[in-house]
Ligand binder design. Sequence first.
Ligand code: PDD
Length: 273
Amino acid sequence: MILVNDQFIPRENVHIDIEDRGYQFGDGIYEVIRVYDGKIFRLDQHLLRLERSAKEIKLVLPMSIQEIKEKITKLIAINNLSTGIVYFQVTRGVAPREHSFPNNRVSVLTAYTTEKERPLDKIQNGIKVVTTEDIRWLRCDIKTINLLGNVLAKQFAIENQADETIQIRNNIVTEGSSSNFFIVKNGNLYTHPANNFILKGITRDVVEEIAQKLGIKFIEQEFSLNEVYKADEAFITSTTVEIMPVLQVNDTKISHQPGQITKTLQNEFSKLL
Ligand code: PDD
């Protein structure tokens, strides 16, 4: 079943209007949430971020955060989702095509679930990433469905036999196409500050929590690609990839196997699931 505003509808009966502003302008916001064995991971944090994204683009949510929480929880139960993801988005609704906001705004929320196993092989063995210029807009902190820059970046990885593309703006490493990026140097964690140039990932927040608990320094600081090449370890984080070791960046090997700090963080992360 699919959640459309407050209704649960079979997929074949869901119709998206051609003048939905999400469809025409990418005028909307979204979240991707993990479910492990029927248990939702960090739902409250995802909803808080949704609320913030809505505020930043002046989008009025169709119901309260508490109601969204109840609907999402019910959707997971109805669909009997075991291990997988919930994707949900809210667009600014249906209106004759005009760039400016419609007057009678009724936003449209849709949510669906997909069974998806954890990518355990890559979590254990690591991945290769490539880099490209970050051509996205200047509000990457908003989780908008307008993802063309991210789409092009991810496609670049696929075309270059890599798993993710790390983006670089003015010589500063920002983040992956759909993940945050970290390096480890001398036992400390480094990642881009949570400002308008990156999405503040929920998994990134979890890594910060774990680091604090273990006494590992979590340093939000800009760094260049050269510093990445000199790092002891690197990894990406996201709801879908969790904490995934990066062994190679372009043609440079960072480490031959997942590093000690990365493995320690992964180990603590699995205890939270
Ligand atoms: N993407 N940065 C970007 C650009 C992202 O798209 C994502 C997540 C993240 C990590 O955020 P989180 O830890 O909250 O998942 C960082 C989701 C998974 C997606 O678009 O599929």
